[in-house]
Design a protein around this ligand. Structure first.
Ligand SMILES: C[S@@+](CC[C@H](N)C(=O)[O-])C[C@H]1O[C@@H](n2cnc3c(N)ncnc32)[C@H](O)[C@@H]1O
Length: 211
């Protein structure tokens, strides 16, 4: 059975809502993730920051510590509750929103997203990067981390994930390889520097101008 991207995106939202209280386990279990987080200070994140798909706020405290403001968006109220507990601060606002349904009204210096890009279907990638560009001030940059390409499987665009109680959900999963992603971004007018760091990719991208 084929499943439409709209149906996949809806199931993906439901999955992360249901998984909220299991989600943080991966950060406790994967040493590589903690090493990746220790690289955060080297990333060019400053000013007013929009964090997309912030999840339980594992990353949110890091930009909040050095940015003027952070607006952290996620579609799951359950993870936002955990994120507020973890990373609540006077300069952080948490907002429940669907990345694909809402155009940001304000322009930020940085749009940051961790472990989100692989959840964007190919059919929505152009629209997604347009949304990011629309959210950036003229000098602004997108900064992202994601799972790396060594997990890439030719032609695989979704996965079934299971919760502890056995419920299964199909989600979008597209692993990006640095040079291919750099090329895809260039085709959309972006100038990107995407590198591999252990199992992960780290990218800094400047949007097309003028916009
Ligand atoms: C893999 S988690 C990443 C969370 C966090 N950035 C991190 O690195 O720990 C993906 C997140 O995307 C959120 N999400 C899924 N679909 C979304 C959508 N359409 N709009 C906004 N957030 C969405 C989920 O609720 C989940 O918190």
């Amino acid at each position: 059975m084929t499943i439409s991207d709209d149906a996949l995106l809806a199931e993906q939202i439901a999955y992360y809502r249901a998984r909220a209280f299991e989600y943080d386990r991966v950060y406790a279990e994967r040493a590589g993730l903690r090493e990746l987080m220790s690289e955060f200070d080297g990333l060019p994140i400053a000013g007013d920051v929009l964090e997309l798909a912030c999840g339980t706020g594992q990353w949110t405290g890091a930009p909040a510590a050095r940015a003027r403001s952070v607006t952290a968006v996620d579609s799951a109220p359950e993870v936002l509750g955990i994120a507020r507990e973890r990373a609540g601060s006077p300069n952080v606002e948490f907002v429940r929103a669907d990345v694909f349904a809402r155009r940001p009204e304000l322009r930020r210096d940085t749009v940051f997203f961790a472990f989100w890009l692989s959840h964007v279907p190919a059919s929505r990638l152009g629209e997604f990067w347009e949304t990011v560009a629309a959210a950036l001030a003229p000098h602004g940059r997108a900064v992202f981390v994601a799972e790396g390409a060594e997990h890439a499987l030719e032609g695989v665009t979704s996965e079934v994930r299971s919760l502890d109680d056995g419920r299964g959900y199909r989600i979008v999963k597209i692993y990006h390889e640095p040079s291919a992603l750099t090329g895809e971004l260039a085709a959309l007018g972006w100038s990107a520097d995407v590198g591999q760091l252990g199992d992960f990719i780290v990218g800094v991208a400047e949007p097309p101008t003028p916009r």
